[in-house]
Ligand binder design. Structure first.
Ligand code: GDP
Ligand code: IMO
Ligand code: MG
Length: 446
């Protein structure tokens, strides 16, 4: 039997640094050209800001395509969903007049339960407190990850553990849910009592079941088998845009492990996180901030601890969309970027927040690292070893003009153009879009 051909093509927007590159803005900008926007990884650890006509929206679980009328907003199976937060987010959008009727949720997405958030917080606290090494004192090489405490790691851990996981589809089956939660709460309560005997968290299975069944009823109209839905859409020739959350350098396999998130946050997560086969995705837009930022722990070789870093943080309003934490700021790291473009298979780049660099007399770009073993132009995908990297910089002339009203590449100051062209030549991927402000309109298409 010959299979019917599927010729609809899909695109993806994915972060190539440590998150907050401006993915939300780009997805919103492109969404109206697509029939569906799909989240495939992460959870409410993501914070995607979209500014439309001066109005700012912060999206955490809902795909940014929701703001484009008529576009389906799909949460794929690879996402871990805090269902209460999702309902709150939808309510906030509805209260602001956004039509959320295009929302669809995978029955196979995993549920972030209250005990996952408690485990996330407890694990971070235990990592922060000195470890009692008994008679042999060793240096603690892993410190707190600096998670968003949204329960992401523990929810993915339970997914991989299998027996202790709850999926969205379970919320529609009270008997299955009650039975699972009874077993899970007994296990979790034992662990909490052992890890934190003075104030153990106690979760009541019956109460949790009741709450989750009620939430399931509210979510039910949105729940579907999204793998079949996406296949149907593709067979009908509809176009799909995947919206990456978190970013390539936070990918659990290819990022700065262990200082990463718990999903495949690079473009590699699209297949497993949606059920769409890899060859369907032909355009992968890698979003790159014109400098680097990072929230939480882990190495960032080009981090700035001086007044320049402060200036960039202030001008770029570099405070987290999800947790409000100040973001760490540094020069653009081309070694890390070229690696991330390779891992995510970027077919083009979108450079964002270029306007923030205006006023810096000099712009530095890391083009290699000095390691204890010598100089290298290869990224070291290990969050402990990377700590030793000393960046080797190339210095370019900066620009001082306000570029927020520029709408064509040729109108950019020559040194801003040269900066973009240097990124392009080093990474070997063309820059298709440059963003010069948060609003939809503040965008240059090349
Ligand atoms: P995301 O997580 O990748 O969607 O990024 P965030 O929304 O967390 O962070 C990006 C921030 O930069 C948001 O506040 C955006 O509104 C803002 N932003 C996006 N593009 C630009 C730009 O080109 N210039 C400036 N100044 N701000 C931008
Ligand atoms: P968006 O989609 C920036 C970081 C956290 C922490 C690490 C692990 O807005 O770009 P987690 O809660 O996932 O276990 O935290 O990953 N992190 C992000 N940083 N932007 C994000 O998402 C992030 N998602 C996770 O700060 O260091
Ligand atoms: Mg963000």
């Amino acid at each position: 039997m010959v299979h019917q051909s599927v010729d609809s093509q899909a695109s993806a927007v994915v972060g190539l640094q440590w998150g907050d590159e401006g993915k939300g803005k780009l997805v919103d900008l492109l969404a109206s050209e697509f029939d569906a926007v799909v989240r495939y990884n992460g959870g409410a650890n993501a914070g995607h800001s979209v500014v439309v006509g001066g109005e700012r929206y912060s999206l955490h679980l809902v795909p940014s395509g929701i703001l484009s009328p008529g576009v389906k907003a799909i949460i794929g199976n690879g996402v871990v969903i805090d269902p209460e937060r999702l309902l709150e987010e939808l309510k906030t959008l509805q209260d602001r007049g956004v039509d959320t009727s295009g929302m669809v949720i995978s029955d196979r997405a995993h549920v972030v339960m209250p005990y996952h958030k408690a485990e996330d917080a407890l694990r971070e606290e235990l990592l922060t407190a000195p470890v009692d090494g008994g008679s042999v004192q060793t240096k603690q090489v892993v410190s707190a990850i600096g998670t968003t405490r949204r329960g992401i790691g523990p929810a993915y851990a339970d997914k991989v553990q299998r027996a202790t996981a709850i999926r969205i589809g379970d919320l529609l089956n009270p008997e299955i849910l009650a039975s699972k939660l009874e077993m899970i709460c007994a296990m979790k309560n034992t662990v909490f009592a052992a890890l934190h005997p003075s104030e153990p968290e106690v979760f009541d299975a019956a109460q949790l079941t009741e709450e989750m069944v009620a939430i399931g009823k509210r979510l039910e109209p949105m729940i579907q088998d999204t793998a079949y839905l996406l296949d149907d859409l593709r067979r009908a020739g509809k176009s799909i845009l995947f919206e990456g959350a978190n970013a390539t350098m936070l990918d659990v396999d290819h990022g700065t492990f262990p200082y990463v998130t718990s999903s495949n946050a690079s473009a590699l997560g699209i297949g497993p996180g949606s059920g769409v086969p890899p060859q369907a995705v032909t355009q992968i837009i890698g979003v790159v901030k014109a400098y680097c930022t990072r929230v939480g722990g882990g190495p960032m070789p080009t981090e700035l601890f001086d007044a320049i870093g402060e200036d960039i943080r202030r001008r770029g309003r570099e405070f987290g969309t999800t947790t409000g934490r100040p973001r760490r700021v540094g020069w653009l790291d081309l070694v890390a970027l070229k690696y991330a473009a390779m891992i995510s298979g970027a077919t083009e780049l979108c450079i964002t927040l270029l306007d923030v660099l205006s006023g810096e007399p000099e712009l530095k770009l890391a083009v290699a690292y000095d390691m204890p073993s010598g100089r290298t132009d290869r990224f070291i995908a290990d969050g402990i070893l990377l700590d030793d990297a000393v960046p080797v910089y190339e210095t370019m002339v900066g620009f001082s003009e306000d570029i927020t009203a520029v709408r064509s590449f040729d109108e950019l100051p020559p040194s801003a153009r040269a900066y973009i062209e240097r990124i392009e030549s080093f990474v070997g991927v063309p820059v298709g879009t440059v963003s010069v402000g948060p609003d939809r309109e503040q965008t240059i298409r090349r």
